[in-house]
Design a protein around this ligand. Structure first.
Ligand SMILES: *[C@@H]1O[C@H](CO)[C@@H](O)[C@H](O)[C@H]1NC(C)=O
Ligand SMILES: *[C@@H]1O[C@H](CO)[C@@H](O)[C@H](O)[C@H]1NC(C)=O
Ligand SMILES: *[C@@H]1O[C@H](CO)[C@@H](O)[C@H](O)[C@H]1NC(C)=O
Ligand SMILES: *[C@@H]1O[C@H](CO)[C@@H](O)[C@H](O)[C@H]1NC(C)=O
Ligand SMILES: *[C@@H]1O[C@H](CO)[C@@H](O)[C@H](O)[C@H]1NC(C)=O
Ligand SMILES: *[C@@H]1O[C@H](CO)[C@@H](O)[C@H](O)[C@H]1NC(C)=O
Ligand SMILES: *[C@@H]1O[C@H](CO)[C@@H](O)[C@H](O)[C@H]1NC(C)=O
Ligand SMILES: *[C@@H]1O[C@H](CO)[C@@H](O)[C@H](O)[C@H]1NC(C)=O
Ligand SMILES: *[C@@H]1O[C@H](CO)[C@@H](O)[C@H](O)[C@H]1NC(C)=O
Ligand SMILES: *[C@@H]1O[C@H](CO)[C@@H](O)[C@H](O)[C@H]1NC(C)=O
Ligand SMILES: *[C@@H]1O[C@H](CO)[C@@H](O)[C@H](O)[C@H]1NC(C)=O
Ligand SMILES: *[C@@H]1O[C@H](CO)[C@@H](O)[C@H](O)[C@H]1NC(C)=O
Length: 852
């Protein structure tokens, strides 16, 4: 009876759709072949706290739910101390080490640091002790992760965090929108206030707590002063209440000008005592409602935000004002309020005619001379690279210029420049290039991860800030696959020495189960994804080359001649920023001498950062492959797009090995990525081909033997439009319907030398915001395929209102038999402002060695 019940539940588990809401905490039923040692899981949970808001209490409930889900067993929870804790009365005992010691007096408290835990599994006795309540919950999640992966080994694990600050940032606005969020509106706010139903906030805190994140900054760094009204302070208090049972604290972003814009004062000068008093007052009110508030995040004098420089005060003066206000509320449990002060300060009106102007210099220029002037509860929050979350950047040199100031590294989980969750890009390998980088301060080992943890320069604070931007979509990030980035972010913040592939495998088992082929495909796709993305976007350190507004599709020309300073200095002859000291912007000299020397010299600069540090001719030969820069561009873009084509194919082989809901959702996105990688490839290679005039030695670039351009088809109700930037359309031109309400048709004649056979038919078109055009493809008037320009629904967010590299896309209809003389036709019906835009049809022969 019992047996058949389990089998029945297993069956249901496989078939039932999964929407992603539980992330890696699904507690899916463990397959029979992995259960043989599960009898050792104790039949009883003892959680040493009776307060429902205590993380220890939560740990008890979580253990109960986990064991129920994974093993199908109901286990009772007690909150009383057992008379003894030994194998005669086996149980899972979870609590703080202090509570345990008060009764049994045997845990070694000095071996813990804040938030640390000890997990001991000995036969059928499990002991989980936290340095604090949060640590106890972390230990419970660690045990559940073991059980969920079928690991019933004895363990004796003492685990302490590498760094105290393990925060996430949300760029949510009061109106419910999220800056650079790709998964629907905010889970925290809507219509100018905190939402009423905070269920999703608790669920988010649960996920974060399981990866040992201890605080969330809940609102956008481009902050609105209205967060500090009494009603909104109360709303923030409710959010903090919803997260507290998971040991996740709340912090907020502040707008520096609030005393003026909200307080009605005539100044926000940080050295004005009335301004100080205003902030003290607001801070008092916040602590009244949120006694365990984590602190503040401040973006000042950056991208138009107000700050202390307005009053000729230093950035340290600004940060310290908040630091003092927070300090008035003491240092609870080693967890006093912290000011995270962003180092993302730069002049966004610089002029490219000045060869020495360089935005990359800004952080060190602004902060180096302030070292030692910050209060000890200020942490300078530094993006991993000197520009802005690009596909590859050198490590920010600011990490090597602050010795008497605590620092944190800012990483992005939301893929702002890296495909916006519509492309799979597994980020930990990128993060590791920075965390493991040795800055050689004073010619001594100085890994970035040891600097931000506080170890290298003996700082009491420091750590990690990850911009996540989850939304109300049940997938949290808008894509199931993107959740591996959030998972790994938390694990790395706790232990930055972890291996990216190992973390991925753990996540995959917890997310998709134990099928070997699923593990292989997820691993292969994910581990190839960042190198592939770098290949088909911007390589050799030239940055991602995204459109400067959408940050999504390609727009290489727009990188230059703007005040933002994300430049490439590409012209007919050469490309790259000369950041040397000898002849360039001097940026290389911001590193300690050993590192500076490597970058100053073109012969020792690694190829993947060549164009970051040096301006070279397109014909410059790379050290590694010996290829010229331009030929490498061509080769890498073709290789990257080729790799991306394999992702969807690999995924197809997993049909039936997981629920259809997740399988189909991921497949759809991988197919989109395959098409968009070709948009990228063609745009970037076409642009530099046109600019340099240097042909591709293998003849691929600008040569599309199997494409039929829409502008060469027989058109009815369609007209030609030129696309801007031109390289984002095949041959620079697309077609749109002449009317906003009547369908148009485009008839393609097969080339004269066409050979009958099996073909993949790829159709390049544009999908803009503001309409859902309908397309039909026909062969000899027989319907072949229908689709709708509804990526804004299917990808969960929209990219562009115009025809460009962000709206360009393509679909492929595989394996179609075509005969010489067949007639292909596309009928496009406009909708809204979307005039069924069409670019080309490509007929790719079976067994072609290239995707055209
Ligand atoms: C139980 O939890 C509450 C709320 O977190 C806390 O204030 C209290 O100190 C805890 N008690 C023990 C014994 O740890
Ligand atoms: C307790 O742990 C500390 C730090 O790990 C260690 O130095 C000490 O020897 C331990 N004490 C006992 C009694 O085990
Ligand atoms: C089981 O889990 C523990 C604790 O996380 C770990 O140290 C150990 O390597 C795991 N064993 C296996 C076989 O995965
Ligand atoms: C502080 O806030 C209280 C309550 O809102 C208000 O009555 C008082 O005037 C404020 N004081 C200052 C200095 O802003
Ligand atoms: C700003 O401060 C600096 C140094 O404190 C001083 O030299 C300079 O004159 C000030 N500028 C203005 C405009 O007040
Ligand atoms: C940059 O400087 C040049 C030369 O002084 C000037 O012609 C150009 O207008 C400036 N560009 C911008 C964007 O200010
Ligand atoms: C989540 O986003 C997907 C697109 O990625 C969309 O199809 C789905 O409707 C969204 N679901 C919710 C509940 O927002
Ligand atoms: C040195 O800088 C100038 C611009 O000031 C540039 O034109 C030239 O190419 C650079 N020389 C070298 C060797 O990079
Ligand atoms: C770059 O190309 C130009 C034009 O062909 C040439 O004059 C110059 O010497 C080249 N520079 C280098 C460093 O090869
Ligand atoms: C990236 O491009 C390089 C250069 O063409 C190639 O060697 C490498 O295999 C490519 N990697 C991926 C994952 O596409
Ligand atoms: C490409 O565009 C040009 C005009 O810019 C046009 O003359 C030519 O026919 C187009 N090529 C094809 C293959 O449609
Ligand atoms: C037709 O669509 C275009 C853009 O695609 C838009 O500019 C125009 O206003 C629309 N016209 C009407 C009458 O809606």
């Amino acid at each position: 009876m019992h047996w058949s019940l389990v089998a029945f539940c297993t069956g249901v588990g496989l078939a039932s759709a999964e929407n992603g809401l539980n992330g890696w905490l699904r507690y899916a039923s463990l397959p029979d072949n992995l259960r043989h040692r599960s009898a050792s899981v104790p039949p009883m949970i003892v959680a040493l706290n009776t307060t429902e808001t205590s993380p220890v209490y939560t740990a008890g409930k979580e253990l109960q739910a986990g064991i129920k889900g994974i093993l199908g067993r109901s286990v009772d929870i007690s909150h009383d101390f057992p008379s003894s804790h030994n194998s005669e009365s086996p149980c899972i005992l979870v609590g703080t080490a202090a509570a345990y010691n008060a009764k049994y007096g045997s845990a070694n408290l000095t071996s813990f640091t804040t938030d640390g835990f000890w997990l001991s599994v000995k036969g059928n006795n499990v002991l989980i002790l936290g340095q604090n309540e949060r640590g106890a919950l972390y230990g419970a999640f660690e045990y559940l992760s073991m059980v969920a992966q079928g690991n019933f080994s004895d363990v004796n694990l003492l685990s302490n965090p590498d760094a105290p600050v393990r925060w996430v940032n949300q760029w949510d606005n009061l109106d419910g929108s999220i800056e650079r969020g790709y998964a629907g509106p905010s889970i925290f706010f809507s219509n100018g206030a905190a939402v009423d139903d905070l269920t999703r906030v608790s669920q988010y805190a649960r996920l974060l707590s399981s990866i040992r994140i201890n605080a969330v900054i809940v609102n956008n760094v481009n902050a609105n002063a209205s967060f500090l009204t009494p009603a909104n302070i109360n709303g923030l208090g409710r959010i903090a209440d919803a997260m507290r049972p998971y040991g996740v604290r709340l912090g907020i972003s502040l707008n520096f000008a609030s005393p003026q814009t909200l307080g009605g004062m005539n100044t926000f000068d940080p050295l004005d005592p009335t301004v100080d008093a205003w902030w003290d007052n607001k801070t008092d009110l916040l602590y009244q409602r949120i006694p365990d508030m984590a602190g503040y995040l401040v973006k000042a004098n950056s991208e138009g935000q107000p700050g202390p420089l307005t009053y000729n005060r230093t950035l340290a003066d600004g940060a310290n004002m908040f630091a003092r206000a927070l300090k008035r509320h003491g240092n609870r449990d080693g967890n006093g309020g912290i000011v995270m002060f962003r180092a993302f300060v730069y002049n966004n009106h610089i002029n490219e005619t000045d060869w020495k102007a360089d935005r990359a210099n800004a952080a060190v220029d602004f902060f180096k001379h302030l070292d030692g002037q910050f209060e000890d509860n200020v942490v300078v929050q530094i993006k991993y690279g000197p520009i802005d979350f690009q596909v590859r950047e050198p490590t920010s040199p600011l990490f090597a210029n602050l010795f008497n100031t605590s620092t944190a590294i800012e990483l992005q989980i939301t893929q702002e420049y890296l495909g916006q969750q519509a492309h799979v890009v597994y980020l930990p390998p990128l993060w590791k290039t920075v965390l493991d980088f040795d800055l050689r301060v004073d010619s001594k080992p100085s890994l970035v991860r040891d600097i931000v943890s506080g170890q290298r320069f003996s700082r009491g604070l420091g750590g990690y800030a990850g911009v996540v931007n989850v939304g109300t979509n049940t997938t949290w990030l808008g894509s199931h696959m993107a959740m591996s980035n959030l998972y790994a972010y938390g694990r790395l913040a706790w232990d930055p020495a972890l291996d990216p592939q190992k973390m991925l495998e753990e996540w995959t088992r917890l997310t998709f189960g134990f099928d070997r082929s699923v593990m292989d495909a997820v691993t292969k796709i994910s581990m190839a994804s960042w190198p592939a993305y770098e290949n088909y976007t911007g390589n050799l350190g030239i940055q991602t080359l995204n459109d400067p507004l959408t940050h999504f599709g390609p727009n290489p020309a727009a990188q230059d001649n703007n005040g933002w300073g994300q430049w490439t200095r590409a012209d007919r002859q050469g490309i790259g920023m000369d950041r040397t000291v000898s002849n360039g912007t001097g940026f290389a000299g911001q590193y300690p001498p050993e590192v500076a020397k490597v970058y100053e010299n073109i012969d020792s600069t690694p190829d993947d950062l060549l164009l970051w540090f040096h301006h070279v001719n397109y014909t410059y030969h790379l050290r590694g492959s010996g290829e010229t820069v331009i030929q490498h561009f061509y080769n890498a873009h073709y290789a990257g797009a080729e790799t991306a084509q394999t992702f969807a194919t690999q995924w197809e082989s997993l049909r039936g090995k997981m629920d259809d809901e997740r399988f189909n959702d991921i497949l759809f996105k991988l197919k989109f990525q395959a098409g968009h990688s070709i948009v990228w490839r063609d745009a970037i290679t076409g642009f530099y081909h046109n600019l340099s005039g240097i042909p591709d030695s293998t003849g691929r670039v600008g040569h599309h033997p199997w494409r039929m351009e829409a502008e060469s088809m027989m058109l009815q109700g369609y007209r030609l439009v030129s696309v801007d930037p031109p390289e984002t359309a095949s041959n620079g031109t697309a077609i749109v319907t002449t009317s906003n309400s009547t369908a148009g048709s485009a008839v393609a004649k097969l080339p004269d030398d066409f050979k009958s056979g099996q073909y993949d038919i790829a159709i390049g078109y544009f999908d803009v915001i503001g309409g859902r055009a309908h397309y039909g493809a026909f062969i000899n008037d027989e319907p072949l395929e229908e689709w709708i320009g509804d990526l804004e629904d299917k990808l969960g967010h929209a990219f562009s209102k115009k025809l460009d590299g962000s709206s360009a896309t393509r679909i492929t209809i595989p394996g179609i038999k075509l005969e010489k003389g067949d007639v292909l036709k596309i009928v496009g019906a406009p909708d809204g402002i979307e005039q069924a835009p069409l670019d080309y049809i490509a007929l790719i022969p079976a067994n072609a060695n290239m995707v055209d």
